[in-house]
Design a protein around this ligand. Structure first.
Ligand code: PBG
Length: 331
């Protein structure tokens, strides 16, 4: 060994909270966050969702109050999930979703950025994300894309700022973009659930939106959502959606898929959104409720991991708490 060799002491950069804060590459901001909102036409008062602490399925009246509360907490960006009272096989009534968007935008205008989820899973009797063929063995791709393009034009017309298709039908981004453009709604953006995996971790959400697949044919979403082991499919789907006109590329779930976030980020110049989904969120909440971890610190650690992996945007059920937690974050 050389005479003047000093082992580099990594621990100098860990010595106190000031130097730890200075040296951390990731500094979170509540400005990156989107808060999901659930509204259900069939309910008279807010309903709790098992596993989703702090989040309720709301009525139009109460969702306006929740938005106001979030704005006071510095959160202005929302992702809306409208649940209609009536489920059907093909002829869907999008009137409720339209009226929720109108209520939110007429109350808050440009003070909020409102994205609406675009999917048929809470509209269909069988809970699948699109129209099925007669024996329910297959998703009817072009019919579904056509209905989604129509639905997107209604939401855009109602004043939504962004359309967020979560269905995974092939070609829907292109169909939506060209429909919106042909109606002079070029300014409405698209956040594509581009790398959306077929996951166990959507459980609490499906409870909230009554969207579990319950068909006599297809039993799960594996023929249209991605297989957890398939990196190439995730990249191909993300790049295809970008080409078709997606403005924001989403990876979902998030915490189990940080490798996908990093790879997508390396291949696109679009902002990348990470959706910390209901089951991932509930896992943290349940551990916190058992006293096995600290709730705020655990969510902050997850968010840090998402941003470190390349996420520009974080969708979290605790978004409304992000500013306070981040301000008081201990490095
Ligand atoms: C609907 C949809 C799902 C989620 C968002 N949009 C569920 C699914 O695909 O089954 C999941 C969100 C979450 O779990 O937080 N297609």
């Amino acid at each position: 060994m050389e005479k003047n060799f000093f082992p580099i002491n990594q621990r100098r950069l860990r010595a106190d909270r000031h130097i730890r804060e200075l040296s951390a590459g990731v500094k979170l901001s509540h400005r990156s966050f989107i808060q999901p909102l659930f509204v259900d036409e069939a309910i008279q008062s807010p309903r709790e969702v098992n596993g989703l602490n702090g989040v309720k399925v709301e009525t139009i009246e109460t969702v306006l109050q929740s938005i106001e509360h979030s704005i006071k907490s510095g959160i202005h960006k929302f992702l809306l999930f409208p649940v209609p009272a009536k489920q059907q096989e093909t002829q869907f009534d999008f009137g409720y979703a339209v009226s929720v968007v109108k209520a939110i935008k007429s109350n808050f205008g440009e003070d909020v950025w409102l994205a609406s989820d675009l999917c048929l899973c809470s509209y269909t009797t069988h809970g699948h994300c699109g129209i099925l063929n007669d024996d329910h063995s297959r998703l009817e791709n072009s019919k579904t894309a056509e209905v989604l393009a129509h639905y997107s034009s209604l939401l855009a017309n109602a004043g939504v700022d962004c359309i967020a298709p979560s269905d995974m039908t092939d070609g829907r981004i292109g169909a939506i973009r060209s429909r919106l453009n042909s109606l002079n709604m070029e300014e409405v953006s698209i956040m594509s659930y581009a790398a959306k995996f077929s996951s166990q971790f959507y459980g609490p959400f499906r409870d909230a939106c009554h969207s579990s697949p319950k068909s006599r044919g297809l039993q799960n979403r594996k023929t249209y959502q991605l297989s957890p082991g398939n990196m190439n499919d995730a990249l191909a789907s993300a790049l295809r959606d970008e080409k078709e006109g997606a403005d924001i590329i989403m990876v979902k779930p998030a915490a189990l898929y940080t490798d996908i976030i990093a790879k997508v980020k390396a291949q696109t110049l679009r902002p990348v959104a990470a959706y910390h989904v209901s089951g991932e969120y509930a896992a943290v909440e349940l551990l916190a409720a058992q006293g096995l971890l600290k709730r705020d610190a655990a969510h902050l650690e997850v968010w840090t991991a998402l941003q470190r992996s390349g996420a520009d945007i974080i969708i979290s059920y605790a978004a409304a708490e992000a500013r306070e937690w981040i301000e008081n974050m201990e490095f």
